[in-house]
Design a protein around this ligand. Structure first.
Ligand SMILES: *Cc1c(COP(=O)(O)O)cnc(C)c1O
Ligand code: SF4
Length: 385
């Protein structure tokens, strides 16, 4: 039944039955977020390792799960890809060589309390440290999930004047990406103050929002929110689906509301060990995203972030996945595979050609090869299909 959690159709029949009125209200989910073992047990049967990780991360990492996201979890399987993204794991508490709290250098490029200016024409604005669910793999784990982290210290709620002035004083900034934490953690009124403040700066051409609410709590994407954002167009939104299980009627409806208000929706996936590090899962994810009209944008290689390293894969695994997408599905279902570093986002997919003395040697998605000359005329006949 759309918009309700139907406990009778659920093999996890021990789960609470929530009336539709509450289930469809994002504020109810925010108030009822799961932050204790007892509350988690209403939705899943915690494994001994999960309980150990919850106890072990106390005072170190926050955790919080919306009832909506918990309802997507397999109640019995700790290896459930939804569960692994949200329930603390012992791997977070293990030290990995080379791990850093800020491998992408946000702090290094930070110009004001909230502005990170790393590329010439665009900035990110970290407007909150709050998220509906604290993803275990967050690349800004130090800022969002670490209880003593946060770039803001005590300064999150302060004035936006300095940040807006920085952008106005740098007219080369045409593109502002609101991120965090999750910017949609703010109520619409506060968000509108920020977005209208940006729109009042003539040199700001596009406003982008990075939000995982469409995945973690799609009920947050109300008509009211979309109408408000629509008043400040052009506005783009990128979200963060990592697994086909996250594509639900509710998330598709949230995407549909954004699109109907003229807000294009893109997706950034993180390549995560044990969650989506196989071709079949990724191919399903990308084609299902297209079906709900979300455009795959980036596939991020998982960085060696403190507390996140256990999710890392090899770059070769990323190549295998990219090559399982390219050519097998339409080109606009294929994200760009990037490594985020202190010198920027670096595309790291393998090229489909090598330089030869007189031209290029091409390969296609099936491994067939063909040589072309510099003027791109065929030198060899293609293999028979
Ligand atoms: C990712 C990022 C951006 C936006 O990059 P796009 O490739 O334009 O999506 C901007 N600033 C910083 C610091 C970033 O990390
Ligand atoms: S919603 Fe985004 S910013 Fe928040 S914890 Fe998850 S990945 Fe990090």
């Amino acid at each position: 039944m759309p918009g309700t959690h139907d406990a009778t159709a659920d093999p996890a029949s021990f789960r609470p039955r929530i009336p539709a009125e509450q289930w469809n209200d994002w504020r109810w989910h925010m108030r009822k977020r799961i932050t204790s073992v007892d509350r988690a047990r209403q939705w899943i049967r915690l494994s001994p390792d999960e309980e150990k990780a919850i106890a072990g991360s106390a005072g170190k990492y926050r955790w919080s799960i919306t009832p909506y996201y918990a309802s997507l979890m397999d109640p019995d399987d700790p290896a459930c890809p939804v569960r692994m993204q949200a329930v603390p794991a012992l791997g977070e508490l293990t030290e990995f060589p080379g791990a850093e709290v800020d491998p992408v250098g946000d702090m290094y490029y930070r110009k004001t309390n909230r502005i990170v200016h790393k590329y010439p024409d665009r900035v990110i604005m970290l407007i909150t440290e709050a998220c509906p669910v604290y993803c275990r793999h967050c690349t800004r784990k130090f800022h969002t999930t670490d209880v003593s982290g946060t770039y803001f210290r005590d300064n999150e709620g302060g004035s936006f004047e300095e940040d807006l002035r920085y952008i106005a004083d740098h007219p080369e900034i045409r593109d502002v990406l609101l991120t965090g934490g999750d910017p949609l953690s703010y109520q619409d009124g506060k968000l509108e103050e920020i977005v209208s403040g940006l729109r009042a700066i003539p040199s700001v051409e596009i406003i982008r929002i990075g939000s995982r609410f469409p995945v973690l709590l799609p009920q947050r994407i109300t008509d009211g929110l979309c109408e408000m954002l629509d008043r400040y167009q052009p506005v783009w939104l990128n979200t963060h689906f990592n697994h086909p299980k996250e594509i639900t009627e509710e998330s598709a409806a949230a995407v549909d509301r954004l699109l109907r208000h003229g807000i294009p929706v893109g997706n950034q996936t993180v390549l995560l060990r044990g969650i989506n590090d196989d071709v079949a899962t990724m191919r399903t994810l990308m084609t299902e995203l297209l079906r709900i009209r979300v455009r795959p944008y980036y596939l991020y290689h998982c960085d060696n972030v403190t507390g996140v390293s256990h999710f890392m894969t090899s770059v070769e695994k990323g190549w295998e996945i990219m090559e399982g997408l390219q050519g097998h599905i339409t080109g606009f279902g294929v994200p760009q595979y990037v490594l985020t570093t202190k010198i920027g986002k670096i595309p790291v997919a393998r090229p489909y050609f090598t330089r030869t003395p007189g031209g290029l040697l091409l390969r296609n998605y099936r491994g067939q090869e063909m040589a072309v000359g510099d003027a791109v005329h065929p030198i060899t006949e293609p293999d028979a299909p």
